[in-house]
Write a protein that binds this ligand. Structure first.
Ligand code: GLN
Length: 378
C-alpha cells in the first residue's frame, strides 16, 4: 500500500527497549519509571472501578479532574483556565499533541520546531500536509538563537511547538527566551503548542516558565501536560490540554472523533488524588536526588555529563570513549555493556551526530547503581 509516512519506522523508544529486553540490558532508554506508584492512587483506581464508574466520561473529561487541573495551573503559574470550557483530558500527552496538530494544521501550513525534538511532532505535522521548519539546538548548551528563529517565520507560519523542559536535552526556557518569543509572535496569528509534560521535574536553581504565565502567549497557546510523568503512571495514558475557549472548542471537535473521551475510573481516581498538592509538590526533589545519584556515579568515568536543568533524562557525551555514531554506540552499549540508552541523533531530522546519548534516571537507585557500575568500566 502507499504510505502516508514513508520515512517513519518504529519509534526509537520501542526499538531500544526491545533491544534492551533482547540482551537483558538495564533499560535506561525509554522514559518510564521502574518503581511502583503510590498505593493510595492505585487503591483509588480500584475503588472507582468497583463502585461502578465504568461507562463513558464526558468528552472533555470528568469535571472533578478538570477542576483540579485548573487549580494546579492557577497555583503553579497564576493563570486561570475555566475547567469546563478550557481544559480537556486526553489519552496522554501524545494524543493531546496529535489532536492539537490535527485541529489546526492544514496543507502547506508551516510549523516551527526546535531540535532535538520529541519524535511525534514532525510526522504528525506531515500527516496533515504541514511543513516543518526547524531550529537546531546543539550540544553542549542547547541555546536558542532567536534571530535565526525569527528568520524561520513567514506568512505561512501557523504554529510554533515548544517542549519545555526539553526532552532529551533537559534544557529549560529562560526569561529572555520567552521575551524573544513574545516579540516574534506579537501581531501575528501564530499558535503555540507548548509540550510541558516535564513541568514538575525542574531542578534547584531553575524555574519552570510555563507559557500560560504570559498573557500574550497564553491567548494563543495550547498547553499540554501528562499525569504519566507527574505520578509515575506512564501506562495510564492520561494527560490534558489547557487552552482558551476558542481554541478548546476547535480542539474538542477533533478530540471527540479521535478518542471521544478518556478512561473514566482512572480520571475519577486522579481527580481525587490531586486534591492533595503534597502528591506532586516534592516531585522535583525526588528526581533531583536520582539525577545527582547518577551524576555522582558517573563523575569519575570518561563520559562527559551535560547540564540537566529538568526532565528525568541525563545527556552524556562519549567522544572520549568512542568515535562511533551515537546509534552504533548505543547499540554496542546495550549489547556488550548491558545498559540501554537513546542516541540523540534520533531527535534530529538530519541525524546530527554529536556523540551524545540520553539516559533515563526515573529508576530505582539499585537499577541506577548497576548501570553506573557497567558504564564505569568503559
Ligand atoms: N516519552 C518517553 C521518552 O522520551 C517515551 C514515550 C514513548 O515510548 N512513546 O522516552
Amino acid at each position: 500500500p502507499s504510505s502516508k509516512l514513508p520515512n517513519v519506522g518504529t519509534t526509537i523508544f520501542t526499538q531500544m527497549s526491545q533491544l534492551a529486553n533482547q540482551h537483558q540490558a538495564i533499560n535506561l532508554s525509554q522514559g518510564f519509571p521502574d518503581f511502583e506508584t503510590d498505593s493510595e492512587l492505585l487503591n483509588l483506581a480500584n475503588d472507582f472501578i468497583k463502585k461502578g464508574f465504568n461507562q463513558y466520561a464526558p468528552l472533555g473529561g470528568i469535571m472533578g479532574l478538570k477542576e483540579e487541573i485548573a487549580r494546579k495551573i492557577e497555583n503553579s503559574h497564576s493563570a486561570i483556565y475555566h475547567p469546563e470550557s478550557e481544559v480537556t483530558v486526553t489519552a496522554g500527552g501524545t494524543q493531546a499533541i496529535f489532536t492539537a496538530i490535527a485541529t489546526f494544521i492544514k496543507k502547506d501550513d508551516e510549523v516551527i520546531i526546535f531540535e532535538p525534538a520529541y519524535d511525534c511532532y514532525e510526522p504528525t505535522v506531515e500527516l496533515f500536509g504541514g511543513i516543518v521548519k526547524r531550529f537546531q539546538m546543539k550540544a553542549p548548551d542547547y541555546e536558542i538563537d532567536w534571530n535565526v528563529v525569527k528568520n524561520l517565520v513567514s506568512e505561512k507560519t501557523k504554529m510554533i511547538i515548544l517542549n519545555n523542559p526539553n526532552n532529551p536535552s533537559g534544557k529549560i526556557l529562560k526569561e529572555n527566551d520567552i521575551q524573544e518569543l513574545i516579540k516574534i509572535v506579537k501581531d501575528t496569528n501564530i499558535l503555540i503548542l507548548s509540550d510541558e509534560v516535564y513541568e514538575n521535574i525542574v531542578f534547584e536553581g531553575n524555574q519552570h516558565l510555563s507559557i500560560c504565565k504570559y498573557p500574550e502567549l497564553k491567548e494563543r497557546s495550547l498547553l499540554i501536560a501528562s499525569f504519566g510523568k507527574l505520578f509515575h503512571i506512564t501506562g495510564w495514558k492520561i494527560g490534558y490540554c489547557a487552552a482558551p475557549k476558542a481554541l478548546t472548542d476547535e480542539f474538542r471537535k477533533v478530540h471527540q472523533f479521535n478518542v471521544f473521551c478518556v478512561n473514566t475510573p482512572l480520571q475519577m481516581a486522579l481527580g481525587e488524588y490531586m486534591k492533595n498538592d503534597e502528591h506532586y509538590n516534592q516531585l522535583n526533589q525526588f528526581f533531583q536526588k536520582k539525577r545527582d545519584f547518577l551524576r555522582q556515579g558517573l563523575a569519575q568515568t570518561s563520559f562527559e555529563l551535560l547540564d540537566c536543568e529538568g526532565t528525568y533524562f541525563q545527556a552524556l557525551k562519549y567522544d572520549k570513549i568512542s568515535d562511533k555514531s551515537d546509534f552504533d554506540f548505543a547499540t554496542e552499549l546495550t549489547i556488550h555493556h548491558k545498559v540501554a540508552s537513546i542516541p540523540f541523533s534520533a531527535f534530529y531530522k538530519d541525524k546530527l551526530n554529536e556523540n551524545v546519548i540520553r539516559l533515563c534516571f526515573a529508576k530505582k537507585n539499585e537499577t541506577l547503581e548497576k548501570a553506573i557500575e557497567n558504564l564505569a568500566k568503559l
